[in-house]
Design a protein around this ligand. Structure first.
Ligand code: NIG
Ligand code: FE
Length: 424
């Protein structure tokens, strides 16, 4: 039996999320479900799918590991397209201040926030960050995530930014999860550059970005475009440069103040613009027009007690919406996919179908990988999850609880919820 040869058959619902590009607007409701479905994976790649009796009948099952998914739902692995999972130190104290009423920006302006995690990350060794990263990735895997994006941005100096990216590179090679790396050197203004933000952008452009590009340490360049952080003009300057150098771009846009980040994302042809709590109608329509994926992070709005992004308006106006956790030590310390599904469906009025599209094929599109992952389609990676209930409708219904039973990555089973230690 070759490695990565698997058959999953008799699935009550095979939710394919079929497609090779982002789904915009109404298309987000189409999950392309096959009842009594089966999928065949060979050497890690999806080879066939369809009704069980049609595709499994003529196959010699001895050449495969075979899973019976009767009464279960089979879906593509989730793609968490926005996280900051490599960091040292925690900010539980700040969280308790926020529960007492301090705002995220108040804490940041007092020298807490991102800068606090910068200290923790600078102080952590590469080995420590790899160890922490492994635990976090294991937890993501248990939620059915098979590809995750990770950002630097808790360094803000040359060494620590590079260290974070190297940690992700190493984790990508040792952990089953695939990691897509983003350089977010412009995540906050370090103390020594306060009032000299333009100089800091120069430093990033001249000293760090070329090395990141040269050593292929990141595929995307991102920036926190926000009042009191980096302006639209500074964001335009850095992202244009990154694009010129052949990197793809993302932007933390219009999260707290409506600065025009959505408009800038459309202007520059970003792959995604993320957060968008305050994005204008014009900005969102421009994004729909230029096919910039709108990545919404409801865990962050929830954790910061902010109004949720206007998902309904975005989808109704033709945007491709992705959902992601934004897992980070400050504004959203959770990697919980069930929480994101609950918030999206119960609080943002997204349909269950839209939420699933947003976490699969549109998540893949937010990483420019819709042709490789994000759906169960012939030729894509064999990244497939078996959920323990007979319909995808159980995902939002089973509030806050993971329905994931088995995770298959590149045709190999890497997580099984039922493997619990026996009583001695
Ligand atoms: O996406 N908005 C900026 N960056 C992160 C927060 C990072 C932090 O607070 O440590 C975010 O929410
Ligand atoms: Fe973020």
């Amino acid at each position: 039996m070759k490695k990565g040869n698997i058959i999953i058959k008799n699935a009550s619902e095979l939710v394919t999320c079929r497609g090779f590009e982002a789904k915009q607007g109404k298309e987000m409701n189409e999950l392309h479900i096959i009842s009594d479905g089966a999928v065949i994976i060979e050497e890690g790649i999806i080879k066939a799918l369809g009704k069980t009796e049609e595709i499994v009948g003529s196959i010699d099952e001895n050449n495969y590991e075979v899973f019976d998914a009767s009464e279960k739902t089979v879906m593509p692995g989730f793609v968490d397209s926005h996280t900051h999972f490599v960091f040292g130190g925690y900010r539980a104290e700040e969280f308790s201040w926020r529960l007492r009423g301090d705002s995220y920006m108040d804490i940041m302006n007092r020298g807490g926030g991102i800068i606090n995690s910068v200290k923790g990350t600078m102080g952590a060794s590469k080995e420590e960050l790899i160890e922490l990263g492994k635990h976090r990735l294991n937890s993501m895997l248990s939620f059915g995530v098979t590809t995750v994006e990770g950002k630097s941005g808790y360094g803000l100096d040359y060494e620590t930014e590079i260290k974070q990216l190297e940690v992700m590179e190493e984790l990508d090679s040792i952990h089953p999860l695939d990691i897509v790396k983003t350089f977010l050197g412009a995540h906050a203004v370090p103390k020594e550059y306060k009032g000299k933000e333009d100089e800091f952008i120069d430093f990033i452009i001249d000293k760090v970005l070329p090395v990141v590009k040269e050593r292929k340490l990141a595929e995307f360049c991102d920036i926190f475009c926000e009042q009191n952080v980096f302006s639209v003009e500074q964001s335009r300057r850095l992202l244009s440069k990154a694009k010129e150098m052949g990197m793809k771009i993302k932007i933390h846009a219009d999260e707290i103040v409506r600065l025009g980040g959505a408009e800038l994302a459309a202007e520059l042809g970003a792959v995604s613009a993320d957060h968008l709590l305050q994005a204008s109608d014009e900005g969102l329509r421009a994004m729909a027009e230029s096919k910039v994926v709108a990545t919404l992070l409801p865990g962050t709005a929830f954790s910061l007690k902010e109004e949720f992004a206007r998902a309904r308006y975005m989808i109704d106006n033709g945007c491709a919406v992705a959902l992601a956790t934004d897992f980070n030590p400050g504004s959203c310390f959770t990697e919980s996919i069930p929480l994101i599904i609950s918030l999206a469906t119960l609080h943002m009025n997204m349909t269950p179908e839209e939420a699933i599209t947003a976490l699969t094929i549109n998540g893949a599109a937010a990483l420019d990988r819709a042709s490789e992952i994000g759906s169960i389609d012939v030729g894509k990676k064999g990244d497939v999850v078996i959920h323990e209930f007979p319909s995808y409708k159980f995902l939002p219904y089973h509030i806050g609880v993971s329905t994931v039973e088995k995770v298959i990555k590149n045709g190999i089973m890497v997580y099984d919820k039922n493997k619990i230690f026996e009583r001695m």
